[in-house]
Design a protein. Structure first.
Lengths: 346, 346
DNA sequence: CAGCTTCAGTCAACCGGTTTCCTTGAACGG
DNA sequence: CCGTTCAAGGAAACCGGTTGACTGAAGCTG
């Protein structure tokens, strides 16, 4: 049997290349505190290649070097927004020689577990945290045993390690669009209170609504889910129940799922989209184009958020000073069929 | 400064408990090849507890023991189906003392990378593979350096390590429902060819359609995405374009995304759901209830699939013989608004 | 009471890398 | 011609666990 299931180890490479373990290690890690003949370097690389050598991550981590792994903590994997972010993070990490692991953190329930399993057990060098919120257990754990980390999407004020998008701009973009169509009463469905991107989006919405001189700009809060969208929509349209005209002619939501819930609720009330109510969602994902009517959304640079967060984290791991980062790509409107001039507008 | 960021190590626990490293290791790992006084055992546990001791996974792995980590490879994270499976896997793994890592495997592109990063570098003890398909590079890598693994959802024939659900039953359930409503011409949107659960579902559909004596049971294939659903729907309804009656009065899809695409396409053709065409999807997720009309689906035991796969894998890692497993929970119908009696039925 | 078990744990090697400090031979300067 | 320096690479300690072989003391046996 030509069984050869044994992993090649550093010594194997060393033997084949005719040098010592130390030399192989230094060459493969590209350390310049050692001078080697180009010819030797070459031999080492060839030997490693031919043996299919892969350093054992555990041994590496033990020896004081890094694990070359990061972990991304997201609050809800079922939210495809985070999947897009995760993809960006994964790709960029890979380009930088890191492995990005993905973990779901059900709003704190799993945070401590994840922290223990991943950080305390030395599996990762740093954390990408997309699930932060005030009072989150992770913040506590991080202050007790600090580990390189960045907060993305949901920021932590004053941490100096936030990687975010220009969410204020997304509110402006959505409102400008609706305003230009002639809407004067626009409702906003915000996320749960206390979560930064949600608060920022809401503030920007209110400010810009005032600046545009909208007649009404009510806000309702709800979870980022379909159900949250339904509840908030009913709240915004409450006056409708008695048969009078709806108090708003357009709704701008914080998440795609909320928009889906909102659309369902609006149609169930017997109102039409976009004739009676226009809807604008946040985040552009394939499903948006397949809803009926297709959903107009503000596309956020989610993938870039992932890459930028990894850039920042890796820089921090390698000792660079940290600072807040805002992804430069601007949100932009993806026009579909869920928005139109309000009836009765000139 | 009360800085104490140093992780507690095995020796620290040993010192506090007043015993040797070896004893601590054996006690904490619950090995019975060692006899200890209950009192000593107690001291060790208390010491570990008070120091917040967590074994370094790398050191552990190096010393020949396991890493206590698994990896789940899914073909598309954006498909919430896999998120549900992942949750089941994560929870069950945790109960068994393992950590379940999640990796996306874009149909083979990332498989080798993941395999290298996770298996070759010794980060995990085993693999849960949900992304298998014929000719997948992973199958090759696995035969070269075998690692404990199971295939879930998508099986690999003859591997003897498949963990699946009763997908045939889901076709039967869907068809029985439609047949009982009076539908005689039901179309099926299958997944891409060669992927097992898709093939099985299709076979079961055709067989049961024949058994029920349906007048027509056309099948169209498409990706598991919304776009795949649109294309397949247009194919099934092609005859409609000329204004004649649609060739089918109901459509049963392989995935939720396909169903969403199908609904969009049907409505865009000017047909009504469910009056003109009934739609039944597969997999029940929150969004299904928020579509307009709400989607009737066959709920598959996804979470259980995740737990069962972990059970099988961990058993395999611990040396038990493997065999194919079918999750016992049966698919069941979730009745919503997208199905009704066909018009013209008695 | 010597010898044999059993109990309760200890010793030390080992896993596969990384890193610090050395060694060695050759070239070079004076 | 001899001491220095430098390029090129090697030896060995160490990281934090695990594990099988081993040991001292107590208990049992005859």
């Amino acid at each position: 049997m030509p069984e050869q299931p044994v992993r090649a180890r550093l010594v194997d490479v060393a033997r084949v290349a005719g040098v010592s373990k130390a030399t192989v290690s230094k060459v493969l890690n590209g350390r310049q505190d050692l001078s080697v003949r180009p010819e030797t370097r070459q031999r080492v690389h060839e030997a490693a290649e031919s043996l299919g050598y892969r350093p054992h991550s555990g041994a590496r981590a033990l020896a004081g070097a890094s694990t070359h792994a990061l972990a991304l903590l997201v609050p809800a994997l079922a939210n495809p927004t985070y999947v897009t972010i995760a993809r960006g993070a994964y790709q960029r990490a890979r380009e930088l020689g890191y492995l990005s692991l993905l973990a779901e953190d059900f709003d704190g329930q799993e945070a401590d577990e994840s922290f223990n399993d991943l950080v305390q057990e030395g599996r990762v060098d740093g954390l990408l945290i997309a699930s932060a919120r005030p009072g989150h257990p992770l913040l506590d754990a991080l202050s007790r045993s600090p580990v390189p980390h960045v907060f993305l999407n949901r920021s932590v004020e004053g941490s100096g390690r936030n990687v975010t998008m220009d969410v204020a701009r997304s509110s402006v973009t959505a409102l400008d669009h609706l305003h230009s169509l002639g809407h004067q009463a626009v409702g906003h469905i915000a996320g749960p209170p206390g979560i930064t991107p949600s608060e920022d989006r809401k503030q920007a919405f209110l400010q810009h609504a005032e600046k545009l001189g909208l007649a009404a700009a009510p806000v309702a809060s709800g979870d980022f889910t379909e159900d949250g969208g339904v509840a908030a929509t009913l709240e915004l349209l409450r006056a409708t129940a008695d048969g009078s005209r709806p108090p708003v002619t357009a709704i701008y939501t914080s998440s795609l799922a909320q928009a889906i819930g909102a659309m369902g609720a609006i149609l169930k009330l017997g109102l039409r989209i976009p004739e009676d109510i226009s809807v604008v969602g946040n985040d552009d994902l394939p499903i948006a184009g397949h809803l009926v009517p297709p959903l107009t959304t503000v596309a956020m640079p989610l993938y870039e958020l992932g890459t930028a967060a990894v850039d920042a984290l890796v820089a921090a791991i390698e000792g660079a000073p940290m600072g807040d980062v805002v992804v430069p790509t601007e949100p932009h409107l993806v026009l579909r069929g869920s928005t139109a001039r309000p009836e009765g507008a000139s």
